[in-house]
Design a protein around this ligand. Structure first.
Ligand SMILES: Nc1ncnc2c1ncn2[C@@H]1O[C@H](COP(=O)(O)OP(=O)(O)OP(=O)(O)O)[C@@H](O)[C@H]1O
Length: 790
């Protein structure tokens, strides 16, 4: 084999990183804090194995979680191979995605050995195994190799799109639902479920009759009625194809009134009487005098459904023509035309249920049976429908030979278990298995991984339990926290130097994460020096926060920061909407991302917005719906810990500057969990007064100065008056190289707010003005802040 050379420089590693790279341990976890060089160590390990240990490239399997991570790894290997530095130089130029892919392809042809290393996501690994080893062309077989992928939408992974079914999982499930609704009973039952639980959401309403008690219920034909019993009557009529008018206005002789129902074809009025009903006597008399038939039903009768049905049969059916057609065909389109959103939500719930069952490797019928025994009617009903739909869905996918992402892993596990030759071949081939982001693995992935290992396979995992943020998708932080239990005779190396962030950012994130119970203890130290504090800004309104952000962003841009250097992060996309509009208006360009998608990134300045407490803020702990709790229970405490890890990820993306944006009187608990010493918080105006002293020559001097630095004259403390403490508009202009008029125009063009005070300009005076009572107005300036605004 041709000698592979790379420009790997092991001397750039610290002691622990080096130890990890050179380790011969069969089961090793490199457990690290943010910015401590996990990715760097993993890549160096790859290079070390190939270049120094002369391991055959085909014997290495490196597993990542995303296509981006795979590409990053490939790019770093190409850079290591490319001594000319040309490939690295390309990254400094602006390129379109297509161009990046093309360049990668060109260089992979040049450095073929990089291509020989199996670097793939779990999914693409399984895809390949299934395609290469699945049973050839045997439809209806779980291990069929002529399958196509079925996804929720177009894949972000271009390579996968050509291999993907045209229809999405949602399309298929939707069609199966329509087919099931050809059975009228199914349709009516399903519509009732949808109206009760996704439209009226009756189970989310307090059971006690109070002001929150629902004022109406949607009946099967869409009429809103006032009570559950009225809904029952309306539904009974609908099911029997009997038309009705709800609360028709009747005027027979003396007054207008509204009986509950009128059934024209039976020429009957129906009044349902409960203890909430208004007195009936006068209305009844009117109807009688008008020769109308009135049927009365009573709340007490509804307790026994069969009995109540009988009453309705007798009093209504008996008055309809003998040949009345009680049966009618119902059309899905017509029945659900106003409820597309709810049908869509239901479909998503079924797909999530399906995924959760697969990820946990559970059996559909056991989960469905558990669900059907739930104390909640909504859950019982959901699983009745879900079981039928999922069974039919699975049947359809097997017939069509469709596999979703979880099927790929399940299918591969199944295939490896059945096919000993294959298992043996793969185990013998991959002598080194490297896994990135190990904190994100789920049970299925661990099962697969375990299958791939022989006793003497080297398993090298890197991860950070503090950054595990995909619990909601089924990943289980336990595999990294209790690595030694899952992999007996394993070793752990902790990387504890953060090369990315300033000491305040590292200190703050260390302190924050200590509030989590479920974690491995690590103490991460900052490599960098510097004492820039974390800025906490508490505006009274979102507008104030945006104004502040604009000022700070402009300041950073003045310092030479570009788009990539400034990153706005948020828990949910809608938090950024108003910022986006304001930046667009001001012609400012910054990067922005949800925190989940910022994993692995870094930026010189990071702004975390939307840090308010409570619903819609951050943390925002949502216990999963009881439907999903049936499959996997989630607990409030653990969800809060995951939110905190998400905040940890956000904090640790920042290299030098970190801004936390919240709202006055409603800060996120996470901000309070960061000790004060790391933060620069706006304090009250009085405690923060930054006094400005002026020499007679106009030069600004410090309080402790005895002599003026400009004219050299001795400064007399007694001369300092309130007015003299003020930095005049002219002087402020001089400092910033602006004219008096420019300063005043700028300050008065917009109301800048500092803390809760408005900065105003009046003549030469500029700053914060507040009323001192009989001594007149008092002015205070924050020179630093004012200068920032200019
Ligand atoms: N030994 C080292 N000496 C100097 N710089 C280092 C060293 N190790 C890592 N770095 C630098 O630290 C930064 C973070 O490294 P890397 O991205 O590999 O960390 P990470 O642990 O994967 O981060 P995270 O998990 O937070 O995304 C990079 O800029 C990297 O070049």
């Amino acid at each position: 084999m041709k000698q592979i050379t790379t420009n790997t420089d092991l001397t750039s590693l610290n002691q622990k990183q080096l130890e990890a790279v050179m380790s011969e341990e069969k089961r090793l976890l490199v457990l690290a804090g943010a910015g401590s060089g996990k990715t760097k160590t993993l890549i160096q390990k790859l290079e070390y194995l190939i270049k120094d240990k002369k391991v055959k490239t085909s014997e290495i399997l490196a597993i990542t979680f995303t296509k981006n991570a795979t590409n990053e790894m490939i790019d770093r290997l190409i850079m290591a191979a490319d001594f000319s530095g040309d490939y690295e130089a390309l990254f400094k130029t602006k390129r379109k995605v297509d161009q990046i892919t093309q360049d990668r392809y060109t260089y992979l042809k040049k450095y073929k050995w990089v291509k020989n290393v199996s670097i793939s996501t779990f999914h693409s690994l399984c895809y390949k195994i299934m395609k290469d080893w699945g049973t050839k062309g045997t439809l209806n077989n779980f291990n069929d190799n002529s399958f196509r992928l079925i996804l929720d939408s177009k894949s972000a992974d271009e390579d996968l799109n050509s291999l993907t079914a045209k229809e999405t999982r949602g399309d298929v499930l939707g069609r199966i639902l329509i087919e099931c609704c050809e059975d009228k009973n199914f349709l009516i039952d399903f519509k009732k479920y949808l109206l009760d639980y996704l439209v009226d959401r009756i189970d989310f309403t307090p059971s006690k009759k109070g002001k929150d008690y629902p004022t109406n219920y949607t009946s099967l034909n869409g009429t809103k009625v006032r009570s559950k019993s009225e809904q029952y009557i309306a539904d009974w009529l609908y099911r029997h194809n009997i038309k009705f008018i709800y609360e028709p206005i009747v005027n027979i002789k003396k007054f207008d009134f509204k009986p509950d129902f009128f059934i024209p074809e039976a020429n009957v009025y129906l009044e349902h009487i409960s203890n909430l009903s208004a007195p009936m006597a006068a209305k009844e008399k009117e109807l009688l005098e008008g020769g109308k038939v009135l049927v009365k039903t009573y709340e007490s009768q509804t307790k026994d459904t069969a009995f109540f049905n009988l009453i309705l049969e007798k009093s209504i059916k008996g008055r309809l023509p003998l040949d009345y057609k009680y049966d009618s065909s119902l059309n899905y389109e017509e029945e659900f035309k106003y409820y597309h959103k709810e049908v869509n939500d239901f479909r998503k719930q079924v797909l999530t249920t399906m995924d959760m069952i697969k990820v946990e490797n559970f059996d559909l019928s056991s989960v469905a049976n558990k669900g059907k025994k739930s104390a909640h009617e909504r859950v019982r009903k959901f699983y009745e429908f879900a079981e039928i739909l999922i069974e039919k869905y699975n049947e359809y996918c097997v017939n069509k030979s469709y596999q979703d992402f979880n099927d790929l892993i399940l299918g591969t596990i199944d295939l490896l278990k059945k096919n000993n030759t294959l298992l043996d071949t793969i185990r013998k081939r991959f002598k080194y298995v490297l896994v990135d982001e190990f904190q994100d693995v789920n049970s299925l992935q661990v099962d697969l991984l375990t299958l791939l290992l022989k006793e003497d396979t080297q398993l090298f995992c890197v991860g950070d339990d503090w950054q595990s943020i995909y619990g909601f998708r089924g990943s289980n932080v336990d595999y990294i926290v209790n690595f030694e239990q899952h992999y007996p005779n394993s070793n752990i190396i902790k990387l504890d130097v953060n090369y990315r962030s300033t000491p305040n950012i590292v200190g703050a994130s260390n302190e924050l994460i200590k509030h989590n119970k479920f974690r491995v203890d690590k103490h991460i130290e900052a490599f960098k020096e510097g004492n820039s504090a974390i800025h906490v800004f508490e505006g009274e309104t979102e507008e104030q926060n945006i104004d502040y952000a604009i000022v700070q962003v402009k300041k950073l841009i003045d310092q030479g920061f570009n788009k990539e250097d400034i990153l706005f992060l948020y828990r949910r996309s809608n938090m950024y909407k108003a910022y986006f509009e304001a930046f667009k208006k001001s012609g400012l360009f910054v990067s922005s991302k949800t925190i989940h998608s910022s994993k692995g990134l870094e930026s010189k300045a990071v702004f975390i917005i939307g840090l308010t407490d409570g619903k819609g803020g951050f943390p925002d702990v949502w216990l999963s719906d009881i439907i999903f709790q049936t499959i996997k229970e989630t607990k409030h405490d653990l969800l809060l810990e995951e939110e905190r890890r998400l905040f940890y990820v956000a904090l640790t993306r920042a290299k030098d500057h970190l801004f936390l944006m919240t709202q006055k009187d409603n800060p996120s608990r996470f901000i309070n969990e960061i000790p004060r010493k790391y933060k620069r918080e706006p304090k009250s105006v009085d405690s923060e007064v930054f006094k400005i002293y002026q020499c007679d020559c106009g030069n600004t001097v410090n309080e402790t100065d005895n002599y003026c630095s400009k004219c050299g004259s001795k400064l007399s403390k007694e001369k300092v008056t309130l007015d003299q403490k003020l930095l005049s508009a002219s002087n402020l202009g001089k400092i910033k190289g602006k004219s008096y008029n420019e300063v005043i125009a700028k300050m008065t063009s917009k109301k800048y707010i500092l803390d809760k005070y408005t900065i105003t300009a009046e003549g030469e005076k500029i700053g914060i003005k507040y009323n001192e009572g009989k001594n007149g107005d008092k002015w205070i300036v924050y020179p630093e802040s004012l200068a920032e605004l200019l």
